[in-house]
Write a protein that binds this ligand. Structure first.
Ligand SMILES: Cc1cc2nc3c(=O)[nH]c(=O)nc-3n(C[C@H](O)[C@H](O)[C@H](O)COP(=O)(O)OP(=O)(O)OC[C@H]3O[C@@H](n4cnc5c(N)ncnc54)[C@H](O)[C@@H]3O)c2cc1C
Length: 450
């Protein structure tokens, strides 16, 4: 048995940043990951990231922006596209080469004092009635697991959410355990090299193709001259006649026929793609990144939110250790910080996802083609803000006679207002949480089941 102040499970973006932040604050930190040291940070991904969280890392931790071999292309526009319509939005960011960027963050964590144990898997949480006390872990190739005891355990194990799911619900009912099929997207992507250059420089495209069950999509992200990251994804509760790779190839060949490209890399994985956990803490425990549903539920971008959540987790854990109080009451500020940063906007984006499930690609085309929703209005709603009454009236007039679409837009506008109202009253402590959560669940269930 060993002891540490902070045990971080998982060395993805959420894990390295929470470990680094805790270590910079002077605490003893052990970070474990199932992968080898050299493979940490390497993940099958679309590789796109927006500037917001990177600016935060620079300001708060002095971590410089990705550069050199870490960057495949700059991003200046996010484009929504169907066979008939193209709808560009402004969006600054990068298409990364995740592996070198992830390795740089890992190196910075080690330089800050983090002890990394690679090829070490968490099996389950160590728990007693007073909270989470660490994890039972096993080193690859060894037969006997061992215990790491910690004052605070941060679950950054991504889609596995290995610690959260092994915390007993009867002891800590505030911590949600489920991950339903409708909340997880399956995804497959290839990095291809073309013979000719492509027209997608500095762009990331989300393509809604009737063949892919909405709100799933096909993406084309520029990886620089002659290279693209192309992928496909949809929710696990959707039934599709064809296999994912077969459908991927079919859609890809509409853009790049066989013989025009070489596959450099391929892979698939699942992404928990839902509004965030409203509470991601219990005594001695914080969940961050994919393990806490921090992926944007509309675009499936989770890298940036994982970095941001990792920072908040490390900061709040450090404050709790200094106060020698690791109870949920002391860690609650983590929930507040996540909700303020991206939690509320992701919750509102769940509305778009639900609407797209209903109106499907032809509905989206109708909206964009008839300019029922302007780019500014889309950006406003997408950014989680409300529209004024006169704007709503104009939309109604332009949308005639597609009342089905208008009904869904109305639901979005109303939902945005309801969540604004609810989050103004976001609980300040675990005691206030159950009542608030009941109200939240009623609103969310109504929206999801409309
Ligand atoms: C195909 C695909 C495309 C994507 N495209 C984009 C995109 O373009 N932009 C974007 O922002 N996001 C994208 N995402 C999502 C993004 O990859 C994740 O949201 C992000 O990596 C989450 O970071 P994380 O640290 O929470 O988890 P992860 O990056 O998944 O890291 C989890 C770590 O935990 C380790 N681990 C897991 N279980 C255990 C265990 N039991 N014990 C020890 N270690 C464990 C893993 O080895 C891994 O290193 C994509 C995801 C996929 C699958």
């Amino acid at each position: 048995m060993e002891n540490t102040d902070v045990l971080v499970v998982g060395g993805g973006p959420a894990g390295v940043i929470s470990a680094l932040t805790s270590a910079k604050n002077g605490h003893k930190v052990i970070l474990i990951d199932a992968k080898s040291y050299e493979e940490i940070g390497n993940k099958t991904c679309g590789d796109a990231i927006n500037l917001g969280p990177l600016k935060m890392l620079d300001k708060e931790l002095g971590i410089k922006f990705p550069s050199g071999e870490e960057v495949a292309d700059d991003v200046e526009a996010l484009v929504f596209q169907t066979d008939k319509v193209t709808f560009p939005l402004f969006g600054d960011g990068f298409v990364l080469n995740r592996h070198p960027y992830g390795q740089r963050l890992l190196k910075l964590a080690v330089e800050s004092g983090v002890e990394v144990r690679a090829e070490t898997k968490a099996i389950k949480a160590i728990v007693d009635e007073t909270g989470v006390k660490g994890a039972i872990v096993k080193k690859k190739g060894e037969t006997t697991p061992y215990e790491i005891h910690s004052h605070i355990t941060i679950d950054c194990s991504g889609r596995n959410y290995q610690i959260r799911k092994t915390v007993p619900s009867h002891l800590f009912p505030n911590l949600e355990k489920k991950m339903e099929k409708r909340d997880v997207a399956a995804s497959y992507r290839e990095i291809i090299r073309l013979k000719e250059d492509h027209p997608y420089a500095k762009k990331i495209l989300l393509i809604y193709d009737g063949k892919i069950p909405e709100p799933g999509y096909f993406w084309i992200f520029s990886k620089g001259p002659k290279r693209l990251n192309i992928g496909i994804g949809w929710y696990l509760d959707m039934s599709v006649e064809k296999g994912m790779k077969e459908l991927f190839r079919e859609v890809l060949h509409k853009y790049y026929p066989p013989g025009t490209y070489e596959v450099e890399d391929k892979g698939g994985y699942t992404i928990p793609t839902r509004y965030p956990l409203m509470n991601a803490v219990t005594h001695g425990f914080i969940a961050a990144g994919d393990s806490a549903f921090h992926v944007n539920p509309f675009s499936a971008e989770g890298h940036g939110p994982a970095l941001a959540a990792g920072y908040y987790a490390g900061k709040v854990a450090s404050e709790a250790l200094k106060a020698q109080d690791v109870r949920a009451e002391q860690l609650w500020g983590y929930n507040v910080a996540v909700m303020k940063d991206f939690g509320l906007s992701h919750t509102k984006l769940q509305l778009f996802t639900e609407a797209l499930r209903k109106v499907k690609t032809p509905g989206l085309e109708y909206l964009f083609k008839r300019k029922i929703l302007s780019q500014d209005q889309f950006m406003t709603l997408h950014g989680g803000m409300s529209l004024g009454r006169s704007e709503v009236l104009k939309i109604v007039l332009k949308g005639f006679p597609r009342y089905d679409l208008l009904y869904n837009l109305y639901k979005i506008v109303k939902g945005v207002q309801k969540f604004d109202n609810l989050f103004e009253r976001f609980p300040n402590s675990p005691e206030e949480f159950p009542e608030w959560e009941n109200e939240f669940t009623t609103v969310m269930d109504n929206i999801r089941n409309w």
